[in-house]
Ligand binder design. Structure first.
Ligand SMILES: C[S@@+](CC[C@H](N)C(=O)[O-])C[C@H]1O[C@@H](n2cnc3c(N)ncnc32)[C@H](O)[C@@H]1O
Ligand code: SF4
Length: 389
């Protein structure tokens, strides 16, 4: 949650990326965090707040201020831009237009292959969708979560299934050829049959990409509290059944599982996420956003008012900097790479001993010069990765 707002006067000069040996680095991936939501979902641990309309335009100006500052220090030539949140479409059409115009003015977009915006059903309108399309957004990630209205209500969503379907159609009508739908499974009281229905209704709409996440009971959320009070339960065996259902239904419908939680029609894998999973450098803009360049990782302040005060007052938004050792970097690359269908170079795992054991157990397989998780291995991806990091 937000901490008390600091004014520019009382902000100490904090740690800054300007002190890092990263000057001139070429950046191909940008993440932009928009922390506003119309309603706060009881399971969500991302940094987000209900928007204060008196602050949002100022926040948009701060985003462009941070972009300008970053563009003086780095060579920003993005192949991908990802506006996430929170809910970027919680901004008004005019505010989104203002931010997107600023990005188009300040960036060299000649290499841009993908510009994604996360959207919630309920905050998409034909005018907003047309404006996003006109300003160069190429991909929308729409948070449907479920097609079951009773489950949507348990999730505290602001929309019902009919509104989600109408939003999807609105995006298609605006001309978006790359639309991804986010779904969650393992929800309180959800049966595998309900999950299968949600998957089937999803594929009947023919989105280009589907993210299917197992509900995590994140600390500091209402769902976590309910779980500790035993009102909600997460059962590993049922989660595995949900996960197997996802793989079966989505693959039969022509979606390839290219990462544990992500499925795409051929050619529609997320370029941004692939960059992140392969360990590429990226810059994060906005409150709470992380950046990683070379062996440096830093994070911006997790409070959008404080963030705006800092940036507009000429101060750094960075509140922490971490040095990544080669061993930390390699461990992260193994953990992220193993979750993808491309796996990791065999020599990264051979340095460790457990490799052949996992092959014998049927969890890993050799594919040319790489190790890739088998279908059985994908059910235990985190445990397999843990053995190597
Ligand atoms: C940044 S979030 C939010 C995007 C958008 N605001 C929304 O809610 O639709 C991206 C996705 O993360 C997933 N997610 C959020 N909290 C989760 C949790 N506790 N467990 C599993 N998935 C979660 C949801 O599927 C969500 O669409
Ligand atoms: S899940 Fe999405 S809409 Fe719900 S609180 Fe989190 S970011 Fe906001």
């Amino acid at each position: 949650m937000a901490t008390e707002t600091e004014t520019a006067e009382n902000v100490q000069q904090p740690a800054s990326f300007l002190q890092l040996p990263t000057a001139g680095a070429v950046i191909r991936h940008l993440y932009v965090h928009i922390p506003f939501c119309a309603r706060i979902c009881p399971y969500c641990a991302f940094y987000k707040e209900r928007a204060d309309p008196a602050q949002t335009q100022r926040f948009c100006e701060a985003l462009l201020g941070e972009l300008k500052k970053l563009s003086k220090h780095f060579r920003l030539e993005p192949e991908t831009i990802f506006f996430g949140g929170g809910t970027p479409t919680a901004l008004s059409t005019d505010q989104l237009g203002f931010v997107l115009d600023g990005f188009r003015e300040d960036l060299d977009l000649s290499r841009l292959a993908e510009w994604t915006i996360e959207a919630n059903p309920g905050s998409v309108s034909p005018r907003k969708a047309n404006m996003l399309k006109a300003l160069g957004v190429t991909r929308i990630s729409l948070g449907v979560q479920s097609w079951d209205d009773a489950l949507l209500s348990i999730l505290g969503r602001e929309h019902n299934s009919a509104q989600a379907e109408a939003s999807f159609r609105m995006l298609r009508e605006a001309g978006f050829k790359n639309v991804s739908l986010d779904l969650m499974f393992g929800l309180p009281g959800q049966t595998p049959a309900q999950w299968e229905d949600t998957l089937l209704r999803t594929v009947s709409l023919a989105p280009d990409h589907i993210s299917a996440y197992c509900l995590t009971y994140e600390e500091d959320t209402e769902f976590f509290l309910r779980q500790t009070r035993r009102e909600y339960r997460s059962e590993i065996e049922t989660d595995a059944a949900f996960f197997e259902t996802s793989m079966r239904v989505l693959e039969a419908a022509g979606y390839e599982q290219y990462e544990i939680s992500n499925y795409a029609r051929a050619g529609y894998e997320s370029v941004h996420n692939r960059g992140y999973w392969s360990g590429a450098d990226y810059l994060g803009i906005g409150p709470s956003a992380f950046s990683t360049v070379g062996t440096e990782r830093w994070q911006n302040v997790c409070d959008y008012r404080n963030y705006s005060d800092r940036v507009l007052g000429g101060y750094s938004a960075v509140v922490s900097i971490e040095k990544l050792t080669p061993s930390i970097k390699r461990s992260e690359q193994i953990a992220l790479g193993l979750r993808t269908r491309w796996g990791v170079p065999a020599e990264w795992l051979r340095e460790k001993n457990q490799c052949e054991e996992f092959v014998t157990l049927g969890l890993l397989r050799h594919e040319e010069s790489r190790f890739v998780l088998t279908q059985k291995g994908r059910l235990l991806a985190d445990s397999v990765a843990e053995a190597f990091i």
